[in-house]
Design a protein around this ligand. Structure first.
Ligand code: 76R
Length: 250
C-alpha cells in the first residue's frame, strides 16, 4: 500500500455562491428592499466579532460572469456552524431575492510534502502553521475559486506514486507558487469525503491578472500538467457592505 501524505486541518470552509433574482429585486417596492438590505447588513455585521474572537472568518465577493452574482466564503470551527450560517442567511428577507448557484464544502489543509527540517515541535503550536490553517481572509480586491482533483488514471495515477516522487513534484509546484509571494495568497482546502472534488483552491490578489499568470505557469509544471483536473472557475471583486449596497441600488 502506498503512503498517504499526512495532512493538518484547520477551519471548515463553505463557499456559498448565489445569484440575484433581479426580476424580483426590481419588482419589489422600496420598503421591501429596505427591509432586505437591513437584514443583509445585520447578517454581515455578525462576522467581525467572530473574526476578532479568532474563531472564524468570512468575506464576500461579487462574481463576474453568469455562474453566480456573489459568493460568501465562510471559515468556521465546525460543519454545524457553517450550516447555521447558511440557514441564517436563508432566513433573511434578502435571501428571498437570491437563488442558489453553487456551493463548496471543504476544510483548510496543509500537507507534509514540504515538511522536514523544522524544530520537531508540535506543528499545531507553530504560529505560522496556525495562521495558514485558521487564516483571516484577506480583503484583497479579487478572488478566484476552483475545485480540482489529482488524476487516477492507469498511466497517470497520483495516488499510486510513491511519497518520494510526490514530494519531488510538489517541491517544484511550491517553487512556482513562491514566485507569486506577495502577489497571490492561496488557501488550499481538502474536500475528499466532503464535496465533489478533492480540493478547493481559493486565490486572493490585488491584481486579477496574477491569477492567470500563476495558474498558466502551473499548467506547465508536472503536477498540474500531468495530474491536475479542474472544475469550474469563479472570479470576482471584493464586496464591502457599501459596495454591495451600491451594486443593489436601482
Ligand atoms: O504549503 C506550502 O506552501 C508548501 C508547498 C505547497 C503544497 C504542499 C504549495 C505551495 N501547494 C501545496 C499543496 Mn499549492 N496550489 C494549488 C493550485 O491551478 C493549478 O495548477 C493548481 C491549483 C494553486 C494555484 C496553488 C498555489 N497545492 C497543494 C495541493 C494539495 C496537494 C496534495 O496534497 O496532493 C493542491 C491541490 C494545490 C494546488 N501552492 C503553493 C500555490 C502557491 C501560490 C504556493 C506557494 C505558497 C507559498 O510559498 O506561500
Amino acid at each position: 500500500m502506498n503512503e498517504a501524505a499526512l495532512t493538518l486541518e484547520g477551519w471548515y470552509a463553505l463557499h456559498d455562491f448565489r445569484s440575484l433574482n433581479w426580476t424580483a429585486w426590481t419588482a419589489a417596492d422600496d420598503e421591501e428592499r429596505a427591509v432586505a438590505m437591513d437584514e443583509l447588513n445585520a447578517f454581515i455585521q455578525e462576522w467581525s466579532p467572530v473574526e476578532e474572537a479568532k474563531v472564524g472568518s468570512s468575506t464576500m465577493y461579487s462574481i463576474v460572469g453568469q455562474k453566480a452574482d456573489f459568493v460568501m466564503m465562510h471559515l468556521r470551527e465546525s460543519l454545524e456552524e457553517l450550516n447555521k450560517l447558511e440557514t441564517a442567511f436563508n432566513k433573511t428577507a434578502f435571501a428571498r431575492f437570491t437563488l442558489k448557484a453553487y456551493s463548496y464544502v471543504s476544510i483548510v489543509e496543509l500537507s507534509n510534502y514540504a515538511a522536514g527540517g523544522g524544530d520537531g515541535g508540535d506543528p499545531l503550536q507553530n504560529p505560522h502553521v496556525i495562521a495558514r490553517l485558521k487564516p483571516v481572509l484577506p480583503k484583497a480586491n479579487h478572488i478566484c475559486f476552483y475545485p480540482m482533483n489529482k488524476k487516477r488514471e492507469l498511466a497517470d495515477n497520483w495516488y499510486m506514486l510513491d511519497m518520494a516522487k510526490r514530494r519531488e513534484l510538489m517541491h517544484s509546484h511550491g517553487l512556482i507558487g513562491r514566485g507569486y509571494a506577495g502577489k497571490v495568497k492561496q488557501i488550499i482546502s481538502g474536500s475528499v469525503g466532503l464535496d465533489d472534488w478533492e480540493w478547493g483552491v481559493t486565490l486572493f490578489a490585488e491584481d486579477a491578472l496574477q491569477f492567470k499568470k500563476l495558474v498558466y505557469e502551473m499548467r506547465f509544471d508536472e503536477v498540474s500538467a500531468r495530474y491536475g483536473e479542474f472544475g469550474p472557475f469563479y472570479v470576482g471583486n471584493l464586496l464591502t457592505p457599501e459596495s454591495f449596497e451600491e451594486m443593489l441600488k436601482l
